[in-house]
Design a protein around this ligand. Sequence first.
Ligand SMILES: Nc1nc2c(ncn2[C@@H]2O[C@H](COP(=O)(O)OP(=O)(O)O)[C@@H](O)[C@H]2O)c(=O)[nH]1
Ligand SMILES: [Mg+2]
Ligand SMILES: [Zn+2]
Length: 288
Amino acid sequence: MSRGRIIKLISNQYEVLLDDKTITKAIASGKMRIIQTPRAGDFVEIEMREEKAVIVNIEKRINDLNRPPIANIDQMIIVMSAVDPDFSVNLVDQMLIMANFHHIDVVLVVTKMDLIDAGHYVHDDINDYEKSGYKVVRSGKHYDTSEIEELVANKFTVLSGQSGAGKSSLLNRINPNFDLRIQETSKALGRGKHTTRHVEFLPVAKGWVADTPGFSKIDLTQLSKEELRDSMLEFQEPAQDCRFRDCYHINEPGCAIRSGVEAGTIVLKRYENYVKFYQDIDDTRKRY
Ligand SMILES: Nc1nc2c(ncn2[C@@H]2O[C@H](COP(=O)(O)OP(=O)(O)O)[C@@H](O)[C@H]2O)c(=O)[nH]1
Ligand SMILES: [Mg+2]
Ligand SMILES: [Zn+2]
């Protein structure tokens, strides 16, 4: 019996990185497929059966995403382009909430910075995320990648971001040997659906990174209002001063978050998005 970690999954074929750093192909036992389907990132036990490596056990997952199907992630890198497709605060906020909800450390990488000038509004959006306490890395064609290489070292990272954001380009910039397929943005948009089953961690700068279609469609209404509130990381500390311990920061008196927004210590745009997501959840609950 040996132990390892699934780094690649194509239909029902797995590749497992064993503890001794060798890689083996494996299949899942019939029993395994019924109890729990193995996912990329899973820690597994392997047994040799008739010269075939068979996955016979999956260790309890530390975290577990569905889109993409991936487990035990140390870190999520949200990749969002400055333009083409346009930077979307809405989408970044949704991805941040999902990462926080799953208790996964998160970094925002903004690509295609080479395509915007100094006065572009994206600079303000980026500053807002930094002000909210998030780590942001600016990237673009010919930009130095050493900061990102340091971030991924010794970790299992998932890249998340819409098609055309520049995920594959970013990995190619770090390691030109990958030669990952880069798509014209116009063709990339609206695609991605067919590739979701294929999840693969690539060896990137002393770490492992999965280039996946990411959260192609995020539906925050799966969360409860409480889960949404608790996934707004930058609210956690100031919320200690709300009059009510279970304050939702909507219209409660003595709300420290709303006074923070007024005072400018909490970014208005992020608060507005929170209220919007909150109302979406509220509307969905009322319908059922
Ligand atoms: N100018 C510029 N173009 C980029 C950058 N990153 C990606 N692109 C272009 O954006 C398009 C989509 O890139 P790709 O890496 O396939 O995006 P993915 O779908 O997120 O993997 C391609 O035409 C790339 O050449 C960047 O940093 N600067
Ligand atoms: Mg790609
Ligand atoms: Zn409050």
